[in-house]
Design a protein around this ligand. Structure first.
Ligand code: G4P
Length: 525
């Protein structure tokens, strides 16, 4: 098969949502359509429920599940779909942000009762950074939800993206009748079912009385009024606007009832982008280029503590990946060969000999690879757009077992390479601060340091508001700034300079006082 053909049939995407909106349920239904699983209930939720906060077994189990469900590949109507799982729990948001760098588009699930929730807003910000195309699925129409027009307005307002409904609900909750597809001009009647899919009924003219026969006179009247309003208010759907991240097409349905999911999937494979060109430090790389290249966006370490092996997740961006070939590890400037490479099909893992742009390959690694690393056939470029974000909670690491200092350092380093948290080392006194997005990560780190490295540590809360990466066009001014703020200067894992700001107000003051210094909230600038 040609490279062009392989690229054109691939769709690599992620599902994002606020926890409980229905991401796991939708994932499962999509896998059912792809024939990747046989029955409902096969997809384990990778979410960590609140009651499990301190349940270590649960954390280990979740790690296992999250490896198994990190990437789910399946075929649907000649299209190879790679679905990348994103942890819903906000404490693991960093992992989700990074996974979003490896997708070409996303489906966003919104609960029709709750509307746009906080986590959805944050994730959308990340999508906007790279203009990722978004399809919106408004879920749980079998419940009494909010008015659909109101929901659309909220999406536009809170998520700062234009919307265009492609289907429209006919009533809701107990009296939910189904949806009208504005795209195909067909009626899909709702019957609660976990597996069955009803065929759409073609309705060329919405004024046809068959609509009344199917959904009742009042509902038909309301639908006609709604459709008229939609056609009047929203411009026609334009695929280009969707692909450039300006407009999100919207579908309504009920994932648990398998309703509206097939239309979503059919439209998805038609309009979602195949692997897109990506930026590197040297140039834009197109998937169609014959030479292989890709980057690491996720690492899972120590699944078996007896063997310090880890799985690095490689997103292929151009050319063909072949197992056993010698590739350039750009950061280390050396050749690297993978005899052990894994593809993720459904929930199985199988050895893969070759893979194409858009595919995700699991590489067994003994410690050479870090998140953000690029592999090529020789060109010394590095994929960009895989930043670290400034964490939100900071604690100082205190070693509790002097006999295990080495283990603690090694463990911290490896966990940071895995992207569990970020480590900042102060210039003065070499004090180490760990920054995370959510408090639960501290528990995970402490547990894993003990369990996997035999090291004991405690975390002492630190009064830090933000870690800002700093730069300046004027090296002298930068040095002056560092001298005057010595106690607050640290280095990140890549040795980049970071200013540890103690409060929002103080940061603002420092910014005003040092106009020559640039403060950045992500590590890439
Ligand atoms: P998440 O991954 O986004 O966190 O959400 P998940 O799919 O786990 O769904 C959260 C809850 O919402 C689940 O109920 C699920 O069954 C339910 N749900 C999903 N889609 C629909 C829908 O279309 N209609 C209705 N009414 N509910 C839906 P749960 O009670 O938390 O879990 P479970 O015991 O049912 O698995």
């Amino acid at each position: 098969m040609s490279l062009e053909h392989e690229i054109s049939k691939r769709r690599t995407f992620g599902i994002i949502s606020h926890p409980d909106a229905g991401k796991t349920t939708l994932t499962e239904k999509l896998l059912l359509f792809g024939g990747a699983i046989q029955k409902a209930g096969a997809v384990k939720s990778s979410k960590i429920k609140d009651h499990a906060r301190s349940d270590w077994m649960e954390i280990e189990k979740q790690r296992g599940i999250s490896v198994a469900t990190s990437v789910m590949g399946f075929n649907y109507k000649d299209v190879k779909i790679n679905l990348l799982d994103t942890p819903g729990h906000q404490d693991f948001a960093e992992d989700t942000y990074r996974t979003l760098t490896a997708v070409d588009s996303v489906i966003m699930v919104i609960d029709c009762v709750k509307g746009v929730e906080i986590q959805t807003e944050k994730l959308m910000e990340v999508c906007r950074m790279r203009n990722t195309p978004v399809i919106c699925f408004i879920n749980k129409l079998d419940r009494e939800g909010r008015d659909p027009f109101e929901l659309l307005d909220e999406v536009e307002e809170k998520l700062n993206i234009k919307v265009r409904p492609l289907s429209w609900p006919i009533s809701m909750g107990k009296t939910f009748k189904g949806v009208y597809s504005l795209y195909e001009k067909s009626l899909h009647l709702f019957t609660p079912s976990k597996t069955k899919v009803e065929e759409g009924i073609e309705v060329k003219d919405i004024n046809d009385t068959v609509v009344d026969d199917y959904v009742g006179e009042n509902n038909a009247k309301q639908l006609r009024a709604d459709v008229e309003l939609i056609e009047g208010v929203y411009p026609d759907f334009n695929v280009e606007d969707y692909l450039s991240g300006k407009v999100a097409p919207v579908f309504f349905g009920s994932a648990v009832n398998n309703f509206g999911v097939q239309e979503l999937l059919d439209t998805f494979i038609r309009i979602a982008p195949p692997p897109i060109p990506r930026e590197t430090t040297l140039r834009l790389v197109k998937p169609i280029e014959s030479k292989f290249s890709g980057f690491i966006f996720k690492i899972h370490a120590n699944m078996d503590p007896k063997h310090r092996n880890r799985i690095a997740f490689l997103r292929i961006c151009s050319g063909k990946f072949e197992r056993g070939n010698n590739y350039l590890h750009v950061r280390q400037a050396k050749g690297i060969r993978f005899s052990n490479a894994t593809a993720f099909m459904a929930q199985d893992r199988e050895t893969v000999d070759e893979a194409w742009p858009g595919d995700i390959v699991g590489l067994y690694d003994t410690g050479n690879l870090k998140i953000g690393d690029t592999l090529t056939e020789g060109e010394k470029m590095i994929y960009t757009g895989i930043p670290s974000f400034s964490p939100e909670i900071f604690k100082e690491v205190v070693n509790m077992d002097a006999m295990k200092t080495k283990q603690l350092e090694k463990g911290l380093l490896q966990l940071m390479e895995e992207g569990v948290a970020q480590l900042f080392t102060y210039e003065l006194g070499k004090k180490k601060a760990v920054g995370v997005v959510g408090a639960l990560q501290f528990e995970v780190i402490q547990f894993r340091l003990k369990n996997e490295y035999g090291a004991s540590c405690q975390f002492v809360p630190q009064n830090i508001y933000k870690a800002c990466w700093i730069s300046s066009k004027n090296p002298q001014k930068l040095n002056e700034f560092i001298d005057s703020k010595q106690r607050h200067i640290a280095r990140d894992k890549d040795d980049k300079l970071v200013f540890m700001a103690e409060s929002r107000a103080w940061l603002k003051m420092v910014q005003d006082n040092f106009p020559d210094i640039e403060f950045h909230f992500t590590s890439e600038f």
